[in-house]
Design a protein around this ligand. Sequence first.
Ligand SMILES: [Zn+2]
Length: 502
Amino acid sequence: MDREWVTRRQALGGIAAIAGGGSLLDGSSRSHRSSRRGSDDRVVDLVLHDASAWLGETRGVTHGVSVRVVDNQIAEVARGPLAGGDRIDLRGRLLLPGLISGHTHVAGGSSTRGIIETGRSYARPLELVERDLDDEELDALTAYNLAELLRSGCTTQLEMSLSLRQAKSYARVAGRLGARGWVGGMVPGIGRLFPIWFGSDDDLRAAEADTLVEIEANLAHGRSLEGDGLVRGMMTPHAADTHTPATRSAIADAAKELGTGVHTHLSQGSRETETVLRRFDRTPTQWWADAGVLDGPFLGAHFIAPDWASDPPLLRRAGAVYATCPSAGGAGGATQPYPEALAAGIAVNVGIDTHSNDMVENLKLAVLYGQARASLLAARAGGDPSPAFRAPTVVDAVRGCTTTVADALRRSDLGRIEAGATADLVAVDVSGFLTGSGAAPPEPLNHLLYASGPAVELVLVDGRVLVQDGVFVAADERQIAEDGGRVAQRLWSALAREGWFD
Ligand SMILES: [Zn+2]
């Protein structure tokens, strides 16, 4: 072991000071929990022991696993005990690699939640976030939503902030809370989006010059994030039907320079696909592929109305990832074609989108909605189903949120529990009330289908403990909730003045 780690550990007074000192840590007490995490508060030599860990198996898990975390890395994984270190007992817990959401709009979550489910559009609340909030309020809103994501086991966000301003807020707050992310401002940003999206071809052409300016500004922000932090810049165009060939080229060039790829909404409705076919005689997937946009990492969200014959081969060849988002319309609403994409051999991730920030809940919903959709498709299809479909399993979803998306991002150090991997880890209680049966279960992955965010007990990102004993310890959770709540009240007041609740 590196002497420097030992020295730093002694200087910080052991693991209780380093990891916040919650009761999961043997022999320490909750009262030592620090409300703030500094830059040098990584665990020094931490052993997670007796876990039921998913080590990439196609079915099931390995029981009795020990994982040693040193600094920001997994130093050792054993199918049995490991000695020494500061210890966290994970008996009855399912240990997973940190969960990666392939599609988020972080500041949008709590600003639409609970007020759109009766059929209202999410557009107005999101416009007000951009129009009415100053930077401090925006950061408070971002912090509330990002803390929820982390609390529910979402260690990494592929973040399409709804504007460059919101992307800057995400980068600031993620740096403060210790999240990992690839961030871009949606182009066109939310302040310009709707007249372009729902406008004519002439409106799109008239918007082109300003969209090019937005792309340049986002590229500059992406460049500013190069370095050794956990947040990287990424180009995040809204969708093919809000871009022209010129802005598409600018996106492709910017993505090539940043080297992190492109994240967009892809065939998110039949209107998008029909518009792009009418304008260019190409599907959205073909249209992006023509300009080389699929060549780097590529994430496309929703995929509601693709061409099932021509699009999947392009995505497969490119190693692209489809982010299926069960909460895209808020709670309830339409399902997404997870079963069809699996049958087509496309890599599928589960994305948060917005409204809900509960990663475990969305992973579960993706599987359950996918199974429901597959059974309806089977009832309808008779003998010759087209497109083909396959019901998702919980392993599909876990793999999609870990190894699959990490590999697509060309980050083979993420999304797995193995020696040398980066220490992004999540432990979920699968033995207690509501998720479990009162004892460590034989097939804990199935218990994920009874779990949601509150069952997450431990979250490490880059070796830092952000959630411990089910408590968000990366910052003062109560303060984050108070500040985020004040911003939500402001938005509700503005909406009330416009007759939203009448
Ligand atoms: Zn979206």
